[in-house]
Design a protein around this ligand. Structure first.
Ligand SMILES: [Zn+2]
Length: 327
């Protein structure tokens, strides 16, 4: 069952696809990108429904009533194909793309055109990418390919250059908060703000983090304070952090450091400049660690976090010395 959901922060991206469709210049391939938790999948589902619907309204929304809409809701629309990794965390296989190519040669049966949704489009090996590239080079009339990706920088340029990118922007805090407060989850404003900080501001990710996210948030705040005071044991702490979603831990710390940097920027003087440099170095280390954690490589995550903590402690030590020297 696919339920069509419309999120307030999707308005701009929806306007973009609606305008292209209504002006008859919707490309054959779209790449929907955005950070985790902004609702790329619901956006794509809504788009597929509208493209296949036989009587969409003036805002390009599917009617929900026609034969096409009913078939799609039941998950049995013959003109829609979805390709996803067969197991979570695995890659899309070349055979899956070949099957798709075969299916694409058929005429639409119910709707005017056909749609293909490829989720986790960056999760493919080279031969699957090459097969997909051929599909993109020989577009079928009235057929739209929709690619979803959380790491669109990992997609080959050859693929990206053949797709029109639609970015689902992350809403600002106010808009995200307004939406979260209307969900049936009963968190206080401050708690939602904490959850948004570890989700890079993505509302659906904040919601998914929930109670466990709040526990994580509190623990990490305490732990960072200890690290900054050099009162932490990185070996023990790094082991403890493995229970958390490490990327969201790093996003939270990134957010804390950003706040600190903003405060320092407001107070202009030379000592602050030197302290500021130490905070920027910590920010660099956070970005590097996020990149390593996001890579496909099998890294020892405990060691990676230990290294991160040691680096933070070294910069914190420099900051303490600067403060002592200059009173
Ligand atoms: Zn319909």
């Amino acid at each position: 069952m696919t339920e069509i959901v419309e999120y307030s922060w999707h308005q701009q991206a929806w306007h973009q696809v609606k305008t292209m469709q209504q002006q008859g210049r919707l490309p054959h391939a779209l790449l929907i990108s955005g950070i985790p938790g902004v609702g790329k999948r619901p956006f794509a589902d809504r788009l597929v429904a509208s493209l296949l619907c036989t009587q969409p309204d003036k805002d390009f929304n599917a009617c929900g009533q026609c034969h096409s809409c009913q078939l799609l809701a039941a998950g049995s629309h013959p003109d829609h194909h979805q390709v996803s990794p067969e197991e979570a965390g695995k890659q899309i296989k070349v055979d899956q793309i070949r099957d798709l190519k075969q299916a694409q040669t058929l005429m639409p049966k119910v709707s005017r055109g056909k749609t293909v949704l490829i989720t986790a489009a960056d999760q493919m090996n080279i031969s699957a990418f090459n097969s997909l590239l051929k599909l993109l080079e020989e577009p079928q009339p009235e057929s739209v390919l929709i690619l979803l990706s959380e790491n669109s920088q990992q997609l080959p340029i050859t693929i990206k250059s053949r797709c029109q990118t639609v970015v689902i922007a992350t809403p600002d805090t106010e808009q995200a908060l307004a939406w979260l407060q209307h969900t049936d989850m009963q968190f206080a404003e401050e708690e939602w703000l904490s959850l948004l900080k570890l989700s890079q501001g993505a509302p659906l990710a904040a919601m998914a983090a929930g109670e466990k996210g709040l526990q994580q948030s509190r623990q990490v705040m305490q732990d960072i304070a200890l690290l900054m005071q050099a009162k932490a044991n990185p070996v023990q702490m790094a082991a403890e952090w493995q229970q958390f979603d490490l990327k969201s831990v790093l996003y939270q710390i990134q957010n804390m450091m950003q706040t600190k940097i903003h405060q320092l920027l407001l107070a202009e003087d030379r000592v602050h400049d030197q302290i500021l440099r130490q905070y920027w170095a910590i920010m660099d280390c956070i970005s590097d660690t996020i990149k390593l954690i996001s890579s496909q490589n099998n890294l020892n995550k405990i060691l990676l976090i230990e290294d991160f903590m040691v680096t933070v402690m070294q910069h914190a030590d420099q900051i303490r010395q600067l403060k002592e020297t200059h009173g």
